[in-house]
Design a protein around this ligand. Structure first.
Ligand SMILES: [Zn+2]
Ligand SMILES: [Zn+2]
Length: 136
């Protein structure tokens, strides 16, 4: 049974995994703000092993992240939905955009990254672990 199921806005790309997410991180970095068109992205950290992507319209854009190492951002080239990222500082782990899950309510964020770049009107739950940048 799949633990993780999701798709892009147009439905051309579907992803799944039988492995549970390692954690759920809210990232306030400026690149996530740009890519999501929002104030932050909510990322499931998922083992790359066993992550299955189906569909032919997968696009990829690579840019150095805050660490200076590359972040490969995958999206649907048909509808533009941001789907997941491969972050060089986290080998073997993918950051999957929680808003693309079939059931986003099934996950709850448990840490915040790049709080130093958060918009002033975003309310951060400071009872959770909060990193000014990234822990790695
Ligand atoms: Zn799409
Ligand atoms: Zn980010």
């Amino acid at each position: 049974m799949n633990t993780i199921n999701g798709n892009c806005l147009c439905g051309a790309i579907h992803y799944s995994s039988q492995l549970a997410p390692l954690s759920v991180a809210v990232c306030h970095c400026s690149d996530c703000q740009k890519q999501s068109g929002s104030a932050f992205s909510v990322n499931l950290l998922v083992p790359a092993e066993g992550f299955v992507v189906e569909g032919t319209s997968l696009g990829c854009y690579t840019k150095a992240g805050g660490s200076g190492l590359p972040v490969k951002r995958y999206f649907c080239a048909g509808c533009g939905s941001a789907l997941y990222s491969e972050v060089a500082t986290m080998p073997g782990v993918l950051a999957v955009k929680a808003g693309t899950l079939a059931n986003p309510a099934s996950v709850t964020p448990n840490l915040h990254l790049w709080c130093s770049a958060a918009q002033p009107w975003v309310v951060i739950d400071r009872t959770l672990p909060c990193f000014e940048q990234t822990p790695v």
